[in-house]
Design a protein around this ligand. Structure first.
Ligand code: F3S
Length: 64
């Protein structure tokens, strides 16, 4: 089973770090909150970097 990133959008503060790290995976929606655009748009390592860069730790892995 593959892992894909999940964003708890109630916790996201819209800092944009995830989009900056992996712009093909994460993007900001019209409300200024991050969403997963393409869960396979970057390597596991790069997505993990984005997870680590989130100041409120609202991105996690889930099983696909
Ligand atoms: Fe939100 Fe965290 Fe990304 S606060 S914008 S999910 S780095």
């Amino acid at each position: 089973m593959a892992r894909i990133p999940f964003i708890d959008q109630d916790e996201c503060i819209g800092c944009g770090n995830c989009e900056e790290s992996c712009p093909d995976v994460f993007r900001m929606n019209d409300d200024g909150i991050a969403e997963v655009h393409d869960p396979h748009g970057a390597t596991i390592e790069l997505i993990q970097d984005a997870i680590d860069a989130c100041p409120v730790e609202c991105i996690s892995w889930e099983e696909e």
